[in-house]
Write a protein that binds this ligand. Sequence first.
Ligand code: C2E
Ligand code: MG
Ligand code: MG
Ligand code: MG
Length: 290
Amino acid sequence: EKLSEILQQWEPDSSVTPQQPNNKIYNAADIQSALAHHELVNYYQPKVSVETGDVIGAETLVRWHHPKDGIILPDRFIRIAEENNLINDLTHQVLQQAIAQAKQWHEKGLTLRIGINVSMDNLASLDFQDFVVNLVTENGLPPQKIVLEVTESQLMGIDTRIPLEILTRLRLKRFHLSIDDFGTGHSSLSQLRDIPFNELKIDQGFVHRASEDDTLRAIYDASLAMGKQLGMDVVAEGVEDRNDWELLRQTGCDMAQGNFISKPLLPDDFPRWMEEWQNKVHTELIVAPK
Ligand code: C2E
Ligand code: MG
Ligand code: MG
Ligand code: MG
């Protein structure tokens, strides 16, 4: 193992195809370099209507196409970017790519809602709001087609007064707001009532296998009921198999996202997936009439 690591250092692979997983820990300088060389690439994971199968939107999920180490997933660099004051630059790059992509899709008549993950640290000053508003306006996109996803655990952090104020302002400008990874934070009903969210995403940990596990099922049901009561679109994340999908159909969840529908895709792969999905949905997945 040691030897292969050493060899890797001496013989860097210049391709960006997935390779042996490495357990290298990246630091601020690595991420700074990724930003300077535009090595972050957006993938898009479809969100579909459970009732009709229609493709409603896509969530932007960033990957680092590292010149030597292959494709690196966000869990290995987002937190480090947050801790080193690099998350604003990172989010700006992700947003710029996502908005350009959304514009292309909208021009082709594919009017997807584009979800973008926003870190609490992005919401520390009004600069972020100005950046988003300008970018979306310049590109002529309707703000209600841009969905800003914030995780429940970050929302329930210690000093959330300013972030919540910024989110509220964005909501007043017609952007859509989403609570991500719902069930993993500790929000109370009264806190949620005050936040103008449009969408609630049930964390994948409470979706996959919820039809077979009573505890998961109880949390899934409660989250769905609460989202609906508060007038939000409810999205189930981590839909991995047919059983998961059938549970969403039976319980009336609004939208589904997960590998059963599609893994995160590069934009070039989106049209082919859409064609396959439309076929599958109407031949296999939706038996009941619309
Ligand atoms: P998230 O926003 O909850 O995104 C969903 C994660 O679940 C993604 O992981 C996605 O690839 C994964 N996933 C999708 N379908 C399935 C499935 O069927 N089963 C399972 N087990 N997993 C599935 P990913 O892409 O590794 O992203 C991890 C987290 O990193 C995201 O969680 C999000 O919090 C964060 N992230 C991603 N992109 C960005 C970004 O641009 N900015 C910020 N601040 N955070 C980001
Ligand atoms: Mg998300
Ligand atoms: Mg999530
Ligand atoms: Mg997550």
